[in-house]
Design a protein around this ligand. Structure first.
Ligand code: GTR
Length: 423
């Protein structure tokens, strides 16, 4: 009897652990996913079939315009030049890692972002790199005392000592589990990061602060319905960091993999779609507006994301609130915009809000485009077991656990990066 109740208790705990708290009132039941038609990336809007790589170039243009005008919004073109100054350069980790900090002025009038680079100190030539934005400030990525604390807006967070939207010493090193700099540099890559709020603050400010206040896609003072939201601004900032990397000796600017987690995984996908200089694209637990198919309306929906985060996308995206079936594209086509460059989509088993199945299906439905361009696509047809990565030109894994980016995820991204570079 006692043994039976211990077993029952253990089962309850096991089940509780497997069900992560998710916002109520949303769909988490696979059987209730609405019927939807998945737009065919290899069919032009007029119904004609894409047969050749030349056809694809035209079709890519159609798809790109739709993502730009309906979802992320148009961004300004590349500025003529950027200014960069070094503010720190020293070795850490017993001489194994070269830590550098560079201040980059994104436009003539600002903002200035601080870029942190962790380089393998023993490298003899230019190294490949992972480039991604961070959520809480560069000082949270690594405990080194000389990493500058951002003066930009940060989200208040008692645990990180962020008050009145200002970061503080207390957060130093607090996010280091998300940035496996030792693992990355040991593998011969640089880890490069920048605080996303240095580029544009993550709140709905009507274009008053950050990058939006300095440069605009049109002459208008008011954001137009098809002009950039914050995700596009963060992506644009990533491209400016590549502009800088092109001028510098330590990193091979042709071997930069853009990476991001969650909202920053949505950002890495749009950065990959807009900037062909990225050698590959990694999107970790990116969910709605990232890798997850919108039309499944599983977990976070278009209406919910536009309501909680009205500044992330362009205003046109609101047309699809409770109306996903009218979307002329779905997120598998965002992955296809990165083709033929390799793309990695990763989910976490307990992250139902981000819809792991919807993220997987995006990878699967992007495959025909990759097959046309490279002969290869995603190597599996069915949703895989946890912790069973499939690494190829389209890569996918579902890690056991919660919404996060972990050393396990990084290990797969390193394997992916090495494989991509050896091809
Ligand atoms: C959630 C949001 C997700 C995801 C996440 C994050 O609140 O609903 O789309 O982006 O934030 O970025 O951590």
């Amino acid at each position: 009897m006692i043994r039976r109740s211990i077993l029952a208790f253990a089962l309850i705990i096991l089940l509780m652990d497997n069900i992560q708290a998710q916002p109520k009132g949303y769909l988490y039941d696979e059987d209730k996913v609405p019927q939807f038609v998945i737009p065919d990336p290899l069919k032009f809007q007029n119904g004609e079939v894409v047969k050749t790589t030349t056809d694809w170039k035209k079709r890519r243009g159609e798809i790109f315009n739709l993502f730009e005008s309906q979802i992320f919004g148009k961004s300004p073109s590349r500025p003529k030049s950027i200014k960069a100054t070094s503010s720190l350069s020293k070795t850490i980790a017993n001489g194994k890692i070269l830590l550098r900090q560079i201040e980059i002025e994104l436009t003539d009038s600002g903002p200035t972002v601080s870029v942190l680079m962790f380089l393998p100190a023993n490298a003899t030539g230019q190294v490949p790199a992972f480039l991604g934005l961070n959520f809480n400030g560069n000082h949270t990525v690594h405990p080194d005392k000389e990493i500058a604390i951002t003066k930009s807006w940060v989200r208040n967070n008692g645990g990180l000592g962020a008050k009145n939207n200002q970061a503080s010493e207390m957060g130093r090193g607090a996010s280091q589990s998300r940035w496996s700099v030792q693992q990355i540099t040991d593998a011969g890559f640089a880890a490069i990061t920048c605080y996303y709020g240095d580029i544009d603050p993550d709140f709905d400010d009507g274009w008053k602060n950050g990058l939006h206040a300095h440069i605009r896609p049109s002459q208008s003072n008011q954001p137009q319905a098809d002009e950039w939201g914050s995700i596009a601004a963060w992506s644009w900032g990533l491209s400016r960091i590549v502009d800088y990397l092109e001028t510098e000796d330590a990193v091979d600017a042709k071997s930069v993999f853009v990476v991001g987690h969650s909202r920053l995984g949505k950002t890495s996908l749009w950065a990959g779609a807009t900037d062909p200089r990225f050698a590959g694209v990694i999107s970790n637990n990116s969910g709605c507006g990232g890798a997850a198919l919108s039309k499944r309306a599983f977990g976070e929906t278009v209406k919910r994301i536009n309501t909680s985060f009205p500044h992330w996308f362009c205003d046109n995206f609101n047309k699809y609130n409770d109306n996903e079936q009218e979307l002329p594209v779905d997120q598998h086509m965002l992955l296809a915009l990165c083709a033929p460059r390799p793309v990695y989509i990763a989910s976490a088993s307990k992250d139902l809000w981000a819809d792991p199945m919807g993220e997987f299906l995006s990878a699967k439905y992007a495959s025909p485009v990759y097959k046309l361009l490279t002969g290869n696509g995603l190597n599996i047809d069915d949703f895989p077991n946890v912790n069973t990565p499939t690494i190829g030109v389209i890569s996918y894994h579902v890690r056991d656990g919660k919404h996060d980016i972990t050393p396990y995820d990084w290990q797969q991204y390193i394997t992916f990066g090495k494989k991509a570079l050896s091809n």
